[in-house]
Design a protein around this ligand. Structure first.
Ligand SMILES: *Cc1c(COP(=O)(O)O)cnc(C)c1O
Length: 382
């Protein structure tokens, strides 16, 4: 007691591979390639593209896009010009669609990076046509039709006018987006397909695309000429009504920074939201909401929160998730695993992205895209 030992005497030195970061994200690139091939197989004669917006759903655009290129993917979708420019540096040849369309006055940036906008309004068609006239050629574009989302896209009522104005551009795709493709019984899916067929009829020679990840699995199989999966590539379940047909991609581990024994009646974390009902062992993980652990995964009275795996045992979050820390009740975990310096699993084989999302009342897409910038990132299976 009272004698301070050098840390190296108490614990063996960390493995050389041990990250200094308190959180570690492992991305399985071979699982992404496998998922792409699975979807391409389901698409039959239709081409399988890949949506890589938002930094490939938070998993890292460069390694993910390289893995998809190696798997054979040739058509990519990003949200905006900045993402498109980043994608272009990774492939001089790929077709890269920009889903946002043209921001006013920025058509030249799309031309410079050879990006293909998804035009979602008559004024965007006009702007792209004008840029083409200035360059002396018809510029390629996707025409995005709104069949019910009321978000982006030319309204179906303007399809005739769009077809007229599109004579001054070179459409390479007509597309629309589902509102509820994760609900196979939703009647609006069929209504959207019908509306899309109507618009598409005006562009006889142009390839068509409707299906996001869940759309691929709809009973109507609306694959058309090109499918546009994102979430399913990254291990998300495109069929939430059934077991996932996709392979898990992301694994997330957090280091245990500290452990302590507390008495029954003691409280944990900001505002003391959790009270121990028995003598308990508490472990503090070095990741929090700044790393994308949802604060809404906090356990409250009568509402379970998130869980992490420690030595094979499921351990509940206790107390409020804070910026840099998440506390676990590790009383029932194997003692040797519930130790300072050991790692807890937050996402992996037994805890899916959907499970963590459900425990926080959000969706898996949000979990992936909010994975923070402080993780040690490891790419395997390249
Ligand atoms: C994001 C997006 C997709 C991909 O959707 P997932 O559900 O992730 O497969 C496809 N198309 C459009 C227009 C999108 O915005």
């Amino acid at each position: 007691m009272g004698i301070i030992q050098p840390a190296a005497r108490l614990r063996p030195r960390a493995e050389p591979s041990e990250p200094a970061e308190a959180g570690a994200l492992t991305v399985d690139l071979s699982a992404i390639a496998h998922n792409w091939r699975t979807l391409a197989g389901l698409a039959g004669r239709a081409e399988c593209g890949a949506v890589v917006k938002a930094d490939a759903y938070g998993l890292g655009l460069p390694p993910v896009m390289r893995a998809l290129l190696t798997a054979g993917c040739r058509t990519f979708f990003v949200a905006n010009i900045i993402e498109g420019e980043a994608a272009r540096t990774l492939s001089p040849e790929a077709t890269i669609y920009v889903l946002d369309g043209i921001a006013p006055g920025l058509a030249h940036r799309l031309v410079d990076a050879n990006l293909t906008p998804a035009l979602g309004s008559l004024s965007e068609i006009d702007e792209w046509a004008a840029m083409g006239r200035a360059l002396g050629r018809k510029l390629e574009a996707a025409l995005h039709f709104d069949t019910g989302m009321n978000r982006l896209g030319v309204p179906i009522s303007e399809a005739a006018e769009a077809a007229l104005r599109a004579r001054d551009i070179a459409p390479t795709l007509v597309m629309s987006h589902f509102v509820s493709s994760q609900l196979p019984d939703a009647p609006r899916n069929a209504r959207q397909i019908e509306a899309f067929l109507d618009a598409r009829a005006r562009f006889a020679e142009v390839p068509a695309s409707m299906a996001n990840s869940s759309g691929v699995f709809l009973p109507q199989r609306p694959h058309f000429d090109l499918i546009r999966p994102g979430y399913a590539l990254y291990g998300g379940n495109p069929t939430p009504y059934a077991e996932s047909p996709m392979r898990r991609v992301a694994r997330l581990h957090a280091r245990i920074l500290s452990t302590r024994e507390i008495e029954a009646g003691a409280r944990v974390g900001y505002d003391g939201l959790w009270t121990a009902t028995r003598p308990s062992r508490i472990a503090t993980l070095g990741v929090g909401y700044a790393d994308g652990v949802p604060i809404a995964a906090t356990a409250l009275e009568g509402k379970p929160g998130g869980e992490a795996l420690v030595g094979g045992a499921r351990c509940p979050f206790v107390g409020r998730v804070s910026m840099d820390y998440t506390m676990l009740d590790v009383t029932d975990a194997p003692r040797e695993a519930a130790q300072r310096g050991e790692w807890a699993e937050l996402l992996g084989d037994s805890i899916s992205v959907e499970e963590l999302a459900a425990r926080a009342g959000v969706i898996g897409y949000e979990i992936l895209t909010r994975l923070g910038g402080r993780y040690a990132r490891r790419y395997i299976g390249a």
